[in-house]
Design a protein around this ligand. Structure first.
Ligand code: COS
Length: 383
């Protein structure tokens, strides 16, 4: 499905060099300041990293899913915060508009998301609606040519930076399930919208989440995604199908980095008179990690090709997200183990990456939600 292998390989090489020469050396600065340096953000904009997946006609690179996951696997050799800042524009913060938006909505928002002028964000989760996303209680009441939104969204990635939000809210106020939910494009300066203080998290410094509060926030009716009420939960699920596949790729990149760190350390560190990599018990940890990483990479690429071919990949995306996020946690644990006491120390990258990757089994659907989606799809196919 890759349309122009030569230019795509140039893009991949450029990103690999950027990761090696600019991002990895800046990781400590990102941790210390809890922020991505402005010059790196500018370079990311210049390279088109905010618009990888946005169609070319709206100013993006229009990558296929296979190309997208390969870029992600390369980019996430560096700390996940660098991927996170471009991640919402390429995924959950733009895909609602790309998949279900009207042409006018696409024209208005996608070019600025593709350039990185605007940061996009996806507001589904609430204090009382996490895994049970369809139980959300944020309301959107029609008032003339506007909707009035009330409610609180929680742990919203890139909310502090966002210029535009895709917000799932209940338009059928009597309903309690998915059918009453609609999706809206809400601009940051909508009257009545406020963003809370950035959350203090276990890891992923430099990547921010916060509450987004709607207090009689007024949103033009033309910003209802697709112009039809009641479609918002399905839009969110379609967005998450694609996003989950991308998170699998994030896990592959992070696992590769962890394994590179573990292998380098094992070859260098000497005990009992030889590098610890010579010991078979250490080799077992390296080999198991390599085999699992290869499996995750292969399944993610395969599912991406299927999506490019037009197949529905709900089951496959959840399989990839489940396996890859559990895989990277095991690899991170072994990487720390191979480092011994050093792996517990902040001067070694594995200490930080171990905390960073813990998120991947939680966000965009926990491992248990992926299991549930997979089993439901299996049963549906059989029926
Ligand atoms: N693509 C298109 N439509 C989908 C879909 C998908 N992948 N998944 C579900 N739908 C549709 C269903 O077909 C159903 O529509 P109909 O009633 O017309 O058939 C509707 O959406 C509701 O689906 P369902 O009945 O399966 O919803 P449930 O409330 O039972 O739960 C889960 C669905 C649990 C899978 C969902 O709530 C979920 O993914 N939760 C986790 C949320 C999450 O990932 N949060 C992370 C934060 S966002 S970054």
């Amino acid at each position: 499905m890759i349309r122009d292998p030569e230019s795509f390989n140039i893009l991949l090489d450029t990103i690999a060099r950027f990761v090696r020469e600019r991002l990895i050396p800046a990781e400590q600065q990102v941790v210390d300041n809890d922020d991505i340096p402005a010059d790196i953000l500018n370079e990311m904009r210049g390279m088109g990293l905010f618009g990888l997946t946005i169609p070319e006609r709206y100013g993006g690179l229009g990558l296929t899913m296979e190309e997208e996951v390969r870029v992600t696997m390369t980019l996430t050799r560096a700390a996940p915060a660098f991927r996170s800042i471009v991640g919402t524009n390429n995924g959950i913060g733009s895909m609602g508009i790309v998949i279900d938006g009207s042409d006018a909505q696409k024209q208005r928002y996608l070019p600025r998301l593709a350039s990185g002028e605007l940061i996009g964000s996806f507001a589904l989760t609430e204090p009382g609606a996490g895994s049970d996303a369809a139980s959300l209680t944020t309301t959107a009441r029609r008032d003339g040519d506007h909707y009035v939104l009330n409610g609180t969204k929680r742990y919203i990635t890139n909310a502090p930076e966002a210029g535009v939000f895709t917000v799932m809210a209940r338009t059928d106020l009597k309903s309690k399930d998915a059918a009453g939910v609609s999706a809206f494009i809400v601009e940051r300066d909508a009257p009545g919208l406020s963003v809370g203080k950035p959350d203090r998290k276990m890891g992923q410094r430099g990547a921010h989440t916060a509450d987004v509060v709607f207090d009689n926030a007024r949103v033009p009716a033309e910003n209802l995604i697709g112009g039809k009420e009641g479609m918002g939960f399905k839009t969110a699920m379609k967005v998450l199908d694609k996003a989950r596949l991308n998170i699998a790729a994030v896990c592959v990149g992070a696992a590769q980095r962890l394994l590179d760190e573990a292998l380098s350390y094992a070859l260098e560190r000497k005990q009992f008179g030889q590098p610890i990599a010579e010991f078979q018990l250490v080799q077992a940890m390296l080999a198991d990690s390599q085999a699992e990483l290869y499996a995750a990479r292969s399944m993610t690429l395969e599912a991406a090709r299927q999506r490019d071919g037009g197949d529905a990949i709900t089951l496959e995306a959840s399989c990839c997200k489940l396996f890859s996020s559990e895989m990277v946690s095991r690899v991170a644990d072994r990487a720390v183990q191979i480092h011994g006491g050093a792996g517990y120390m902040q001067e070694y990258a594995v200490e930080r990456l171990y905390r960073d990757v813990r998120l991947f089994r939680l966000f965009e659907g926990t491992s248990q939600i992926q299991q549930l989606v997979i089993a439901r799809q299996m049963m549906r196919a059989r029926r």
